[in-house]
Design a protein around this ligand. Structure first.
Ligand SMILES: C[S@@+](CC[C@H](N)C(=O)[O-])C[C@H]1O[C@@H](n2cnc3c(N)ncnc32)[C@H](O)[C@@H]1O
Length: 260
């Protein structure tokens, strides 16, 4: 499918997406329940940027009346393997192939930073929602100054200092999204659904960046990227006495809810 803009399709990520993104147990349980409760009984739900179904398959398994759409056929093929009866459409968030006012709830999870015309997409969300419908932007927020934050900060500064870096095309952060929704006249609510903790090591955080499984790493020229990873390993060797020591990382699953 030709796209007329700069959104990041995840075709290139389909082979490794499910191995590199999990759904932590508290999110799989409380997070999915919270989305269903917000959508309401017998709600018709659209999951934009549904990917491999990390969120939509658990919803479908709880009998949600859900349609998924995504730019990437390869990602959705994996969703269909997990849930053969799923209803899916290859579609761009900014040009949804649905009539006005046909969904009770529309959700996105870790998508809006990838959508070039993200303001246009929000107008589409408003169009396809019923007047009393709800837009839910689900995301995981990391809390506090974890070693992941320190490592990412060093790496991002190192890359930026070595030349121009392509920015991801969509919304910069959750605050920018909330501000735009407020400017559209939406009533906003932030629901902190569940907090959870996990243990991470410096080695695994760095290896994850080096493996280029995250979209922030995809469009940096190879030479510039490889130099940044060499610098990162060297810095980490002096910064952390033991790269395999486990540190806690706190996170929370958040639903930003908008009613237009
Ligand atoms: C990080 S994945 C998230 C997938 C899923 N929501 C999840 O939480 O696992 C982002 C997905 O958004 C899709 N995407 C990016 N830009 C899009 C657009 N303009 N319209 C529809 N889907 C888009 C990508 O192809 C990818 O499958």
């Amino acid at each position: 499918m030709q796209t007329m803009h700069t959104s990041y399709s995840f075709d290139r990520a389909a082979d490794f997406y499910d191995q590199t993104r999990d759904l932590p147990e508290p999110v799989a349980d409380a997070g999915i329940q919270a989305i269903l409760a917000l959508a309401g009984p017998a709600a018709r739900i659209l999951d934009v940027g549904t990917g491999t179904g990390r969120i939509s398959v658990p919803l479908l398994l709880r009998s949600a009346d859900l349609i998924g759409c995504d730019l990437s056929l390869k990602m959705m093929a994996l969703l269909r393997q997990k849930f053969p009866l799923s209803r899916l459409a290859q579609a761009d968030a900014s040009r949804l192939p649905f009539p006005a006012g046909c969904f009770d709830a529309l959700m996105t999870c870790h998508v809006m930073h990838l959508v070039g015309p993200w303001r246009q997409a929000l107008s589409e969300y408003r169009r396809v929602l019923k007047p009393a419908g709800v837009y839910i932007n689900a995301h995981t927020e990391r809390l506090g100054e974890s070693i992941r934050v320190q490592i990412r900060r060093f790496w991002e500064e190192r890359v930026a200092s070595s030349g121009p870096v392509p920015q991801r095309p969509g919304v910069r952060d959750d605050d920018e999204l909330r501000a735009e929704l407020a400017a559209m006249g939406a009533g906003l609510q932030k629901i902190e659904v569940v907090r959870f903790a996990r243990l991470i090591t410096a080695r695994e955080v760095i290896q994850r960046i080096a493996d280029r499984t995250q979209s922030a790493t995809w469009y940096i020229p190879d030479e510039q990227f490889e130099a940044s990873i060499r610098a990162l390993w060297a810095w980490a060797g002096s910064e952390f006495a033991d790269l395999d020591r486990e540190y806690p990382e706190d996170a929370q699953f958040v639903l930003d809810v908008a009613r237009f």
